[in-house]
Design a protein around this ligand. Structure first.
Ligand SMILES: O=C(O)CCC(=O)C(=O)O
Length: 274
């Protein structure tokens, strides 16, 4: 899995790094996963969805959390795979991804978490809820600073406008975190750039800053649109802790005995940091 020749493990060319810092995201122009690797990932995810992996049940969310999972209530998202399942830990640490991440945020990298997104097609003409405009890092009030987060989002199916690809707002990361109550006004503001649809082929990645505004609309096709995202951060980031025990256990993946709560990926670790 993920054993590539040297080019595939290379960083991101300088011109694309500059574009990333300018726009807050880039569509990487080489595949990160081959079609065989996508099949492997989907096979592992099928075990997770069937409840046959070592992943705790509270990591799996369905479209409607109030009713049991079933054909009308499919899995919507799975979080924290890399902390529980060696296959995904290997993937999170694979040089094909990590060397590109290091080009964007520097040499010392940790994993915050990961997410599998299953964007399900409508059931009986009723589309499932979209992911509304948001900045991932606005939810990270337990980390500081918030400017060293990057997500590597990899399409497992072709992502098109019709099936709910991501849309990104260029430059939106430069304003820092915007309160949730202000996000609609930010998106509608005359000086906010027009959103761009991030259409990508299977195996290709979108890298985006944790403060970049993005969303994805409902899937209007007849098949699921799946993707996996790894959320990385600079190892120098401070972890401020979380008072609420349930949230803390979820965020830290119960790694209470570990002096560093988050997974080391590349480079150095720092005292008092993540
Ligand atoms: O895959 C999607 O539809 C949503 C992705 C997203 O919102 C994210 O990566 O934060």
């Amino acid at each position: 899995m993920l054993e590539h020749h040297i080019e595939k493990n290379a960083g991101i060319p300088l011109s694309a790094v500059e574009r990333y810092h300018e726009d807050g995201y880039i569509l990487h122009d080489e595949p990160i996963l081959s079609s065989d690797e996508i099949t492997e990932v989907l096979d592992e995810l099928a075990l997770v969805i069937a409840g046959e992996s070592a992943l705790p049940a509270d990591r799996i969310s369905t479209e409607n959390q109030d009713i049991p999972a079933g054909p009308d209530n499919p899995v919507r998202k799975v979080t924290g795979l890399s902390y529980y399942l060696p296959f995904f830990e290997r993937m999170a640490k694979s040089p094909a991804i990590v060397e590109k991440v290091a080009s964007l945020i520097g040499p010392n990298v940790k994993l915050y978490t990961d997410e599998f997104f299953m964007k399900n097609p409508a059931r009986e003409g009723q589309p499932f809820a979209p992911y509304i405009w948001h900045q991932d890092a606005v939810n990270y009030d337990f980390f500081a600073p918030l400017d060293g987060f990057v997500t590597c989002w990899i399409a497992l199916d072709e992502a098109r406008i019709e099936n709910g690809c991501m849309h990104m707002i260029p430059h939106s990361h430069t304003l820092g975190p915007i309160a949730r109550t202000g996000r609609e006004r930010f998106v509608d503001h005359p000086s906010t750039a027009e959103p761009v649809a991030a259409e990508v082929k299977p195996g290709y990645a979108v890298f985006h800053d944790g403060l970049n505004f993005h969303c994805s609309y409902p899937n209007l096709s007849s098949l699921p649109r799946r993707a996996i995202a790894f959320h990385y951060m600079r190892a120098e980031t401070r972890y401020l802790g979380i008072e609420d025990k349930r949230l803390r256990d979820f965020v830290e993946c119960n790694r209470v005995s570990d002096p560093y709560q988050f997974m080391s990926i590349r480079g150095l670790e720092f005292a008092d940091s993540v």
